[in-house]
Write a protein of this length. Structure first.
Length: 150
């Protein structure tokens, strides 16, 4: 197993301890994020909504959190995350919210405690830029957008 860090998390509403992010298996790369909604939010086909999680985190400098879809929601219901992966910067202290979209053919209900996305932590490399007259040549060159075929 890889390195482990403690991430400070703030519960934004009373009674939210059951909404803490959690790894579901020993080898999981991401923690599941849970919905913190009252009643239910219904996503119609092609509908989207910003779903609160009821938590905020304090990431260390040099670490980002990526919010990603859950594969089971995508394959079973056509529900995924827009703006994916969404980046949570180390200086953000607001509520983590997830933009869900329903590409399925049936309405999809989100209820409090539902696992709606996963969050993966990653190191961040900050870059500086230097203007140059030319870039080093590679075999690929400027080929992109399907240049290798199907």
């Amino acid at each position: 197993m890889g390195a482990e860090r403690t991430i400070p998390v703030r519960l934004l509403r009373e009674g939210g301890a059951d909404l803490l992010p959690a790894y579901q298996t020993e080898g999981a790369a991401g923690v599941d994020l849970r919905a913190d909604v009252e009643g239910e939010v219904v996503l119609p086909p092609m509908g989207r909504a910003l779903i609160p999680t009821g938590i905020a985190v304090a990431l260390p400098t040099g670490v980002e959190a990526q919010v990603r879809p859950r594969s089971g929601l995508a394959v079973r219901h056509g529900v995924t995350c827009l703006n994916s992966p969404g980046t949570i910067d180390s200086d953000y202290r607001g509520e983590i919210r997830v933009v869900l979209v329903n590409f399925g053919s049936e309405p999809f209900s989100v209820r409090r405690g539902d696992r709606i996305a996963q969050m993966v932590f990653a190191p961040v490399l900050r870059a500086s830029f230097q203007v140059v007259d030319d870039l080093d040549a590679t075999r690929r060159g400027g080929g992109g957008f399907g240049h290798t075929g199907v």
